[in-house]
Design a protein around this ligand. Structure first.
Ligand code: 6GU
Length: 249
């Protein structure tokens, strides 16, 4: 998979060199290109923003640097034969970023990210590129960040860990919180050695060796935790997602 990020803070994307994403890059599973938007300015001050039409506070990112940047990135990626790109526009007014979208994006050959600062990018930029490729305006939660760069790191990590061969064990996706096999619910608690720590032991069932009982216990913990932390996820479940024992919980 190829990733392009156009930003006025390329150094904000340094974490893409670390840990899981960094290793995927080193192995050639991810081809990451971070670009400085100011490369595509032509004035002495490398201006990327201007005052909003209609008035109001803050500044809006200008069309021309984004247009030149995206045209250049697109020409480069097409020349390198990456297939068809999708444009990911991080914005607090986007659709919520979910595991479902992470899975769909992980199946794409090429993602281009346009993290904005200030009050966002002139709308015409998204409208223009939406005629040429799929555009996903995404929000990572109901709060406002100073810019989209942190959201790019979030989306990139969620997507990269789903790529074939990036996580050691492909089975480990199966029981992820939000995974289809979990009916979109949350993972329960986990334990490891030692068996006794500061007077705290671990649930007996996990030592029983009884796989059926362990699976039932995990399911109960999933339901308990999801009910407590995210009742909305229970509401959203299809009724047949619950068996008779689930309903007794
Ligand atoms: Cl993607 N960008 C910004 N600036 N704020 C956000 C966000 C994105 N998602 C939640 N808050």
């Amino acid at each position: 998979m190829r990733l392009d990020v156009v930003t006025i803070f390329p150094e904000y994307l340094e974490p893409l060199n670390v840990s899981l994403v960094g290793k995927a890059r080193a192995r050639g599973q991810l081809d990451v290109h971070v670009h400085d938007l100011r490369t595509w300015t032509h004035d002495r001050h490398h201006t990327v923003d201007d005052t909003p039409y209609g008035g109001g506070p803050g500044m809006v990112m200008k069309t021309e640097p984004w247009g030149e940047a995206l045209d250049t990135v697109l020409a480069d990626g097409y020349e390198a034969g990456h297939g068809r790109p999708a444009l990911i526009v991080p914005t607090p007014s986007g659709r919520p970023f979910t595991q479902d979208l992470a899975v769909r994006l992980s199946e794409q050959p090429w993602l281009i990210f346009t993290p904005a600062r200030y009050e966002g990018i002139d709308r015409r930029v998204v409208d223009e590129y939406a005629t040429r490729m799929p555009v996903h305006e995404v929000s990572i939660g109901d709060y406002v960040l100073a810019g989209g760069e942190a959201a790019v790191l979030v989306v990139t990590e969620a997507v990269a860990r789903l790529l074939p061969g990036v996580l050691g064990n492909a089975e480990s996706h199966r029981d992820d919180s939000f995974a289809p096999a979990m009916a979109g619910l949350l993972e329960g608690p986990v334990y490891t050695k030692p068996p006794l720590w500061r007077g705290r032991d671990i649930p007996d069932v996990l030592l029983s060796g009884h796989h059926g009982k362990i699976a039932r216990w995990r399911r109960d913990e999933t339901l308990r935790r999801t009910t407590a932390h995210r009742p909305d996820l229970i509401e959203r479940c299809a009724p047949d997602a619950f068996d008779k024992k689930d309903r007794e919980m």
